[in-house]
Design a protein around this ligand. Structure first.
Ligand SMILES: *Cc1c(COP(=O)(O)O)cnc(C)c1O
Length: 393
């Protein structure tokens, strides 16, 4: 059947179609980079105006005791259902990089005698950089391993494995259940980086017994540029979760101004300093868009959208012009990565023509499909513009 007709039919049958109107996107732009910076939900601009005028302006410093101080936990509770966590296990604070540091040091401290940290060899760079510092600071050894080689790499030396749920470059999705089980069978802890999977598919941290997890909120969660990240600490680990950034924000009685650090009892101990309230409250407002949205629908549409885009690429591009790096089966997130020798120039041209994806060195074109606001018509249009560029360039 004609791709145009297919796209129209798929859009007409899309149970999430109404959500696009919640987002502020420039007309005529096809935005396929929500895996780097999610688009702004319309409500955020109004809410930020109110926060600045009424809370910061109207209530001034009183706002700290009128909801600001607890915002890291309160916003954490909004993320919890998206990652399969019962209340009391998530805080929103600091960046993903900083939370990886807290989580890894805490994990090493939970495993005295175990002297090795394993990191996903294909990891997003910051995870590897931070893991390297943690190894140096804790006197452990860092080893990069392919996720497929974990069964042989894990052992009695392993303290913790830091893994990306979805590979940022290829879009490959790892089997969280199987891998978590493997790591636990070796007596080690797992830290999952959910940056490219939160808001993409149902995640079941509690059910799978995951130890610790971190993730960004400015990608598929649309929290805004630099919105603070989240950190999940499984309930039964909280009492022994000994994170190294002992700022007053994680103190049991922050306003007692005591000379010594005593960590808070719950997940609040994962906090550090004063929260960035404006970003946190922008995120809180952005998360309201998820109310009533079933993650199963998000997942189904994401798979279908990425599958449809791959099909359009197969059909519209001459054979051999690009290589699809993203798995064609269901082991993928909501991005499609294509290898092309002149990927950087191709992406520059795509962006000039208002099809916004991104380029990852050395030769990867990356297209993110955020099911809340991307349509099948968008996917088809992007493939058509791409076909035009690679055949006429
Ligand atoms: C985007 C991303 C990060 C970003 O970390 P920041 O501290 O927010 O810069 C980290 N890890 C992964 C896997 C990512 O995709």
């Amino acid at each position: 059947m004609d791709l145009t007709v297919r796209a129209a039919e798929l859009d007409a049958a899309d149970p999430l179609a109404r959500l696009r109107a919640e987002f502020d996107l420039p007309p005529g732009t096809v935005y396929l980079d929500g895996n780097s910076l999610g688009a702004p939900p319309r409500r955020v601009a109004d809410q930020m105006g109110r926060v600045v005028r009424e809370q910061w302006g109207g209530r001034l410093i009183r706002s700290w005791s009128e909801g600001w101080w607890e915002a890291p936990q309160r916003v954490g509770e909004r993320i919890a259902p998206l990652i399969g966590a019962v209340p009391g296990q998530v805080v929103v604070a600091d960046s993903t990089s900083v939370n990886i540091f807290k989580a890894l040091v805490a994990a090493v401290r939970l495993a005295p005698g175990r002297r090795e940290i394993l990191v996903d060899a294909a990891t997003f760079p910051t995870d590897g950089y931070i893991a390297s510092s943690v190894a140096e600071l804790t006197g452990t050894v860092l080893r990069a391993v392919d996720v497929d080689e974990l069964p042989t790499a894990l052992g009695e030396r392993t303290a913790v494995a830091l893994l990306n749920h979805v590979d940022y470059r290829t879009g490959r999705l790892h089997d969280m259940a199987a891998v978590t089980e493997l790591v636990h069978a070796a007596g080690a802890r797992v830290v999952w980086d959910l940056c490219h999977s939160v808001g993409v598919l149902p995640i079941a941290l509690d059910a799978l017994g995951v130890d610790l997890a971190v993730g960004c909120t400015y990608k598929f969660l649309n929290g805004g540029p630099g919105a603070p990240a989240f950190l999940y600490v499984r309930r039964d680990l909280q009492e022994t979760f000994d994170q190294p950034l002992s700022g007053w924000g994680g103190h049991r009685e922050p306003f007692a101004m005591a000379p010594d650090y005593v960590p808070a009892e719950g997940v609040e101990r994962a906090r550090c300093g004063t929260p960035d309230i404006l970003s946190l409250l922008a995120l809180e407002s952005a998360l309201e868009v998820w109310d009533g949205v079933a993650l199963a629908d998000v997942r189904a549409k994401g798979l279908s959208l990425t599958g449809f885009f791959i099909e359009c690429v197969d059909e519209l591009l001459p054979p051999g012009t690009v290589e699809v790096l993203t798995p064609r089966d269901e082991r993928r997130g909501h991005q499609v990565s294509l290898r092309h020798e002149a990927a950087e120039a191709v992406m520059t041209e795509l962006i000039k023509r208002e099809v916004i994806g991104d380029f990852r060195a050395p030769n990867v074109l990356r297209f993110g499909f955020a099911p809340l606001y991307v349509t099948y018509a968008d996917a088809l249009h992007a493939a058509r513009v791409l076909a035009d560029i690679v055949t006429t360039a």
